[in-house]
Ligand binder design. Structure first.
Ligand SMILES: [Zn+2]
Length: 413
């Protein structure tokens, strides 16, 4: 990894720091049980704000080729996501008038959960994702999927083969694409003249307000506002005509865009309203983003103090959710397998591995009943309610939940 000295959008020098998270392991690079007993590689994790265009981005980002060719997250595992995708497909078919003659394309289609919802409504679909294991699963489930990195070249090849989208969906992928401009040029190429682009990204405003410091990791290169994303899309001829704020990932933006020259949908007032909220919060000033560093210090300090106390009391602490934000928080707080016995996770793809850096083992949720921990640390706070509901049984032995962010709370089960 080499430090990026110029903004990935406007090429101005990156000199303004929002938060320095120190040296951290790659958050999604799970470690096998028989890996040699040597420290996992760590890389500097520093969030910068471009003083010229306000794009929030990492100074050093992980190479997507090393990360996404084998991916350990399957969309279908989360009941919340299945529900989210069902609502989205119903809305989109209705609002954009999709028919059996249309094509819905999804970039970062994972195991095909979202596209499957469109196929169920009789709409032709095509997925694109670089991870061979999840695309194989998607095809097994009957979702046509291309195993490829998305960008201008892939989109141009698809267009040459007569495949362009009436609806192009890119949910939670844009923030992970270091070659931002190649990616958005791909959007413009992949979209039919009257097509609609739907993008979902975590909203940097929610991140700042909610002290979501653990959403910072090397695979998450960009932290977007509507203010900036509108400019990025405009640079490739795409015009945002609607925006919605969503509760997903602790607060996300869904932007709808079309070709500036040929799109036909009128702009709604929502974009101006969201941008006004961003400006009211100071997102138009680079120095506003420094509150991230204060949030990080508070959340990490709170968890560290809790783990020290638990150890002093001889309490058994387990965690739930082997996702990237868990890796970040556990490593930043200096947790290890002495302080946290294991991380439970429902995904069979993660069980039997260890968390990067801190090397805490990942096990099936069943283990909770055998070990009966005093505390269950819920790492993915964005789906904390779903996790607490599924593990309410820890109340049988007076186990308690611990929610680390934005301020650590202990909740009876
Ligand atoms: Zn810039």
């Amino acid at each position: 990894m080499t430090p990026q000295v110029a903004c990935r959008f406007c090429a101005a020098g990156l000199t303004c720091e929002a938060c320095d998270c120190g040296d951290q392991p790659l958050a999604n690079s799970l470690v096998s049980m028989d890996a040699p007993d040597v420290p996992d590689p760590r890389f500097p994790l520093r969030v910068m704000v471009c003083s010229a265009c306000l794009l929030v981005q990492l100074e050093q980002a992980a190479d997507p080729g090393a990360m996404f060719t084998e991916y350990s997250y399957m969309s279908s595992v989360s009941a919340f996501w299945r529900d989210h995708t069902a609502r989205f497909s119903a809305m989109a078919v209705d609002r954009f008038g999709l028919t059996a003659e249309s094509l819905v394309m999804e970039v970062g289609s994972n195991d095909g959960t979202l596209l499957g919802a469109f196929a169920g409504r009789g709409i032709p679909i095509l997925g694109i994702d670089p991870a061979a294991n999840v695309t194989a699963e998607a095809r097994r489930r009957g979702v046509p999927t291309l195993t490829a990195f998305f960008g201008e070249r892939t989109a141009t090849e698809l267009a040459a083969g007569g495949r362009q989208a009436d609806l192009l969906v890119a949910n939670n992928v844009l923030a992970h694409a270091p070659a931002l401009m190649d990616f958005v040029r791909g959007f413009a190429r992949a979209l039919k003249p009257a097509g609609v682009l739907s993008i979902e990204v975590p909203h940097v405003l929610a991140m700042l307000k909610g002290a979501q410091f653990d959403t910072i990791y090397h695979e998450h290169v960009f932290y977007f506002s509507a203010l900036v994303l509108r400019k990025v899309l405009a640079a490739v001829g795409l015009a945002v005509f609607d925006v919605e704020t969503l509760p997903t990932h602790g607060g996300s933006l869904r932007l709808l865009a079309q070709h500036a020259g040929t799109g036909q949908r009128p702009a709604t007032p929502a974009l101006d309203q969201v941008i006004k909220a961003e400006i009211d919060a100071g997102l138009h000033r680079p120095e506003s983003y420094r509150i991230l560093a204060d949030a990080a210090a508070r959340v990490v300090g709170g968890l560290r103090a809790f783990l020290d106390q638990a150890r002093a009391d001889g309490a058994v602490v387990a965690a739930y959710g082997a996702a990237a934000k868990g890796t970040m928080l556990l490593n930043a707080a200096g947790a290890d397998s002495e302080t946290i016995v294991f991380v439970a996770d429902a995904s069979p793809l993660k069980q039997g591995y260890r968390m990067p850096g801190c090397r805490i083992p990942i096990v099936a949720p069943d283990r909770l009943k055998a070990v009966r921990p005093d505390f269950l640390l819920v790492l993915p706070w964005n789906i904390a309610d779903e996790i607490m509901e599924a593990t309410r049984f820890i109340g049988a032995w007076s186990g308690q939940f611990v929610i680390p962010s934005p301020v650590l709370r202990v909740i009876a089960a």
